[in-house]
Design a protein around this ligand. Structure first.
Ligand code: SF4
Ligand code: SF4
Length: 345
């Protein structure tokens, strides 16, 4: 149980953060030619090796700090509202605090997605001091297995530390699909998250192109149970996932490359983690013209897409501008190019 002082400071920060977020949403609705969210990769290396993951390696060094600071400055100059670290495992970057401070110095919202294994009290306090706004931890199962080590059993002590010391918002994402052995684990994870005072979401694991793989009957049953818990347990669900869970396509306008940017470790802008290779333009050369073009570009992979963060950032423009520009085909060839180290220039 966190002390009274921590709870007061956390509540105060949450209040300020909400004001900043509402300002950001108002700006996002008013103007379309800036990104709402960018994910940047401070290192491709990860300390785990989840069986379903295609976003990590075991050897890449951290991207040099000055290079990342320059990327953050460029994203801020483009008007990006939220800059969030992904990976690989972002906590393996030794200067993550310096990077978070730079995001906050531009007045932007700073977030990160982590497996949480490198957390300890001292690291949490450093993240507090740097001004981190949001942290998301994905937990795949209750007991570790060969598919994933991101288990509640392993992570629970770190979750307690976060509950006691973190001043930033923490969201725990549980998952169904993708070979996770016991779908009911998602319920246990969600309940524990709420018990510790965190928000809780559920994700559906996608294939290696970010595309939907229909859930089994048992997985659909768990998904419906999580959905029915609704506000009672604060388990938030992404409404597009109702269709994803049933194997039904969604009809929406993916604004990747415009409202959402994925900046890889080489500094190239891609549509998302699962469609690397397009448009693959160096961030320092990415301009408002690129944003305007991609805003209007059809993404052929949209109907079966499960990438929640891009759905969220695209929905604020659902009523705007039909997409009229044809995109290059998104095929497995594009991903293979990335995975063997090739890039489309
Ligand atoms: S912890 Fe995350 S980045 Fe690392 S292997 Fe697992 S899913 Fe991939
Ligand atoms: S629809 Fe958009 S977010 Fe989804 S896989 Fe395609 S490019 Fe990525």
């Amino acid at each position: 149980m966190p002390g009274f002082g921590i709870r007061r400071r956390r509540d105060f920060r949450a209040l300020i953060r909400r004001v900043r977020e509402w300002t950001m949403i108002a700006k996002g609705v008013a103007h379309t030619s800036h990104p709402v969210l960018a994910h940047i990769i401070p290192t491709r290396r990860c300390n785990l090796a989840c069986e379903y993951c295609n976003e990590y390696d075991s050897f890449s060094p951290p991207v040099p700090t000055q290079t990342l600071l320059n990327r953050i400055d460029h994203l801020a100059a483009l008007g990006t509202s939220i800059i969030s670290f992904s990976g690989g495992e972002p906590l393996l970057h030794p200067d993550l605090d310096v990077l978070i401070r730079r995001i906050r110095s531009h007045g932007r919202i700073a977030g990160m997605i982590t497996n949480g294994f490198a957390l300890n009290v001292e690291r949490i306090q450093r993240l507090n001091a740097a001004g981190l706004d949001h942290m998301q931890i994905s937990i795949d199962n209750v007991m570790p297995d060969k598919v994933s080590m991101k288990s509640l059993k392993t992570l629970d002590p770190r979750l307690v530390m976060l509950s006691d010391h973190a001043l930033f918002h923490v969201n725990i994402n549980s998952v169904v699909g993708g070979g996770i052995r016991n779908p009911a684990d998602a319920l246990t994870v969600s309940n524990r998250a709420v018990e510790l005072g965190f928000s809780s979401t559920v994700g559906i694991i996608h294939d290696h192109e970010g595309q939907l793989q229909p859930l089994s009957d048992e997985e659909q049953g768990i998904y419906i149970q999580l959905k029915n818990k609704g506000k009672k347990n604060y388990a938030r669900l992404n409404f597009f996932q109702d269709n994803v869970a049933r194997g039904v396509e969604n009809h929406w306008k993916c604004r990747a490359g415009a409202r959402y940017l994925y900046v890889c470790e080489d500094g190239l802008v891609h549509y998302c983690s699962q469609q690397r290779g397009f448009p693959a333009i160096p961030l320092e050369k990415y301009t408002v013209e690129d944003i305007r073009r991609e805003f209007l570009t059809v993404k052929g992979c949209a109907p079966k897409c499960t990438i929640a963060c891009v759905h969220y950032t695209s929905y604020m423009d659902f009523w705007r501008a039909p997409q009229t520009i044809s995109a290059p085909p998104q095929t497995s060839e594009a991903n293979q190019l990335v995975q063997i180290g090739g890039v489309r220039k």
